[in-house]
Design a protein around this ligand. Structure first.
Ligand code: UDP
Ligand code: MG
Length: 331
């Protein structure tokens, strides 16, 4: 039997019973929740058929009790994780639950302004973008620990992903419903959702400068490690998107090139030594030539790379997503 995750996504399967879903992932943000929900309601109620989906990512400060109180008016749906799984996991569950035609994500710490929602909504529904990503043009965070490293990170991300966004990791973003249903955010991949979307075939990605406030309560949940981890994640996601479906194209090619280069050099050293020896000319034993050992290393590394490519190919052939295609339409 085919599991659901293996089946292609059809547009007709996408549930969009509401105008707008606002997905908020939170971890120990008790103080800001009531203010945030009040502010969102002020902006959207009466204008849209909306839902607020809160994902409590294993908070221990009583955030869940506050969410339970807030859910009284019927516009708040919520999921509570038994432990802290990370923002990507929270967004994944929020995206699965979202029923809105437009899905907007925002942070729970009041740094993102709900006043941006109407324009983000309009840019998706009227201008027809797949994703509108927020751009914290005037960022209200520490310059040294966040703003400057973030600029470098975004520069590298632009270069690797080819997506011209100033602020790839902004928590405030708007999506068409089928975008969030077509991608699978996991690990720490929430930083690269536009790239995941681009690889799922959604290329109309734009940005909008958004207001950014200083954190009012609590403290940031991500330390400086975010930049190191973010960079490593960027490399793996780039590799997965480029060679994930055909790893042999990378490992096989580099492996064969190394094997051949090493093999040719070693053979050349051996043959020239034998020829010189036969002709009675001066010769150096191959084992006394450092180049010979380098050539042997290249041959060994080349075979290992080739075998790695072959193993990866076998794994990818058996993966559940090997025949998962994002289908736009059918007649
Ligand atoms: N968050 C989460 N799970 C985590 C860490 C953070 O859901 O493990 C939430 C957090 O509560 C906030 C959002 O992700 O709503 C962004 O986190 P934070 O404000 O700490 O990030 P920063 O603004 O410093 O980039
Ligand atoms: Mg924040």
């Amino acid at each position: 039997m085919i599991s659901r995750s293996e089946m292609p996504i059809e547009p007709s399967e996408i549930s969009a019973g509401k105008d707008l879903s606002i997905v908020i992932s939170l971890f120990n943000e008790k103080e800001s929740l009531a203010e945030l929900v009040r502010w969102i309601r002020k902006v959207v109620s009466g204008k849209y058929d909306y839902e607020i989906i809160m994902i409590d990512d294993g908070s221990t400060d009583g955030s869940w009790e506050t969410i339970q109180q807030l859910s009284g008016e019927g516009d708040v749906r919520a999921i509570s994780f038994r432990r802290n799984y990370g923002k990507s996991a929270a967004l994944y569950c929020g995206f699965k639950a979202a029923e809105g035609r437009v899905v907007i994500t925002m942070d729970a710490d009041l740094q993102d302004s709900p006043e941006e929602i109407p324009e983000l909504y309009r840019m998706i529904t009227e201008d027809g973008h797949d994703i509108v990503s927020g751009w914290k043009q005037h960022r209200k965070d520490n310059r040294l620990t966040k703003n400057i490293p973030s600029k470098i990170f975004n520069g590298v991300a632009r270069w690797i992903t080819g997506i011209r966004l100033h602020d790839m990791n902004c928590g405030l973003k708007a999506y068409r419903n089928d975008v969030v249903k077509s991608i699978e955010v996991y690990g720490e991949m929430h930083r690269f959702i536009p790239y995941l979307a681009k690889n799922a075939g959604f290329t109309d990605i734009t940005e909008k400068p958004v207001h950014h406030q200083k954190r009012k309560y609590g403290k940031s949940k991500f330390g400086m490690s975010r930049f190191v981890n973010g960079f490593l994640d960027l490399l793996s996601i780039w590799f997965l998107c480029t060679f994930g479906k055909n790893p042999m194209h990378f490992f096989g090619l580099t492996g064969i090139l190394m094997f051949l280069t090493g093999g040719v050099i070693a053979l050349w050293l051996i043959i020239s030594k034998v020829i010189n020896q036969i002709n009675g000319m001066e010769f150096r034993p191959v084992t006394e030539q450092p180049l010979f050992y380098l050539a042997l290393v290249a041959v060994l590394l080349g075979s290992m790379l080739f075998l790695t490519g072959f193993t990866c190919e076998l794994i990818s052939r058996n993966s559940a997503g090997r025949n998962r295609y994002n289908i736009k339409g059918r007649i």
